[in-house]
Design a protein around this ligand. Structure first.
Ligand code: NAP
Length: 325
């Protein structure tokens, strides 16, 4: 008998066919109240779940006694209680690697957009307010040759370092749990303590996961260690940053600008003070959002789930302790 899969993210026809060859699929096509009600009704039968952008807590998962695996269409796994899943023997998989380059591209888009004030100045043109050559009040700041500071030197951090080093001649400094000799060799990157990095970097870029340890890692004290020239970029998770402290740092010109793809609460409230500030470039969590990469992530998740349901160890198993051959 085919296994039951609850899908809470739409797949391309090719991937849907691939999944349906092996499993009976229930599609939840939106995560509004009606969709959640449909999900709750489907959970008691589910052997596998596949999707993203939904906090799957114990209250919800207790409705799924037969659940064997969850395939997240993301690399970040902060929406899951990994200890709870492991205790229940539920395998959790993610989609690393396939989104690394695209997310680093997004990081660099934010670096360039904030430094060169691309959105703010493009809006002036669009509003018909470009009436003479712009003056120094609208000048930006250079990116090339500036110091790139990366907090979290993992896959995405490394891809950002590669762009900065080879593309823009930027000295790279980084902070991580541990030094990365290979990265130091390839990009001339240098390890720094967190306070040292915050003081030295022209661009402070967050590329670490949201964990109990990193939640609120960057707050008032850390913004105070940055310089008025610092540009702050977050492509990791919103909750790594104390957003109130960020707003205050921007308002008081403790830092120059911020490029933000992620927020404490998403979607960002249209009334957020962040959106009143010209020196903020805000994007709607688009780190991996290209046609090619989202398809590659979905494919990766489908293969992970099918492997898990077939009793094989999936390629991207997050909670190895839950694995029993
Ligand atoms: P990764 O390869 O696991 O890299 C994360 C790095 O963060 C690791 O190198 C780790 O250092 C470091 N780190 C973890 N906790 C730390 C701490 N407390 N202090 C200092 N460094 C710490 O993950 P990745 O694939 O690069 O992805 C990173 C994160 O980016 C994801 O978890 C996700 O939240 C976010 N992301 C966002 C988007 C988006 O759409 N904006 C897209 C993709 C990913 P060690 O290696 O030394 O342990």
């Amino acid at each position: 008998m085919k296994k039951q899969v609850v899908l809470y993210k739409k797949l391309s026809p090719t991937l849907m066919t691939r999944l349906e060859e092996q499993a009976e699929v229930t599609l939840i096509d939106s995560l509004d109240a009606q969709g959640i009600a449909k999900l709750r009704a489907a959970l008691p039968r589910a052997h596998g779940l596949l999707g993203a952008s939904l906090k799957l807590d114990a209250e919800l998962l207790d409705l799924a006694p037969n659940l064997q695996a969850i395939a997240s269409v993301s690399v970040g796994v902060d929406n899951y209680d990994i200890d709870y899943l492991t205790e229940r023997g539920i395998l959790l998989t993610n989609t690393p690697d396939v989104l690394t380059e695209t997310t680093a591209d997004t990081g660099f888009a934010l670096i360039l957009a904030t430094a060169r004030r691309v959105v703010e100045l493009a809006n002036i043109v669009r509003a018909g307010l470009w009436q003479r050559n712009i003056g120094s009040a609208h000048f930006g700041t250079d990116v090339h040759g500036k110091t790139l500071g990366i907090i979290g030197m993992g896959r995405i951090g490394e891809a950002l370092a590669q762009r900065g080093h080879f593309g823009f001649g930027m000295p790279v400094i980084y902070h991580s749990h541990s030094p990365k000799p290979a990265v130091e060799q390839r990009f001339g990157a240098q390890y720094r303590s967190l306070p040292q990095l915050l003081q030295e970097a022209d661009f402070v870029c967050l590329t670490l996961p949201l964990t109990a340890e990193t939640e609120g890692l960057i707050g008032a004290q850390q913004f105070a260690q940055m310089r008025p020239e610092t540009i702050f970029i977050n492509i990791s998770r919103g909750k790594v940053v104390d957003e109130k402290a960020l707003i205050e740092a921007l308002r008081s010109e403790q830092i120059r600008a911020a490029g933000l793809d992620v927020f404490e609460r998403e979607p960002l409230n249209p009334d957020s003070p962040l959106l009143q500030l010209d020196n903020v470039v805000a994007t709607p969590h688009i780190g991996s959002a290209t046609h090619e990469t989202r398809e590659a992530m979905a494919r990766c998740a489908v293969e992970n789930l099918l492997a898990a349901l077939a009793g094989e160890r999936p390629a991207n198993l997050v909670n190895g302790r839950a694995w029993k051959a």
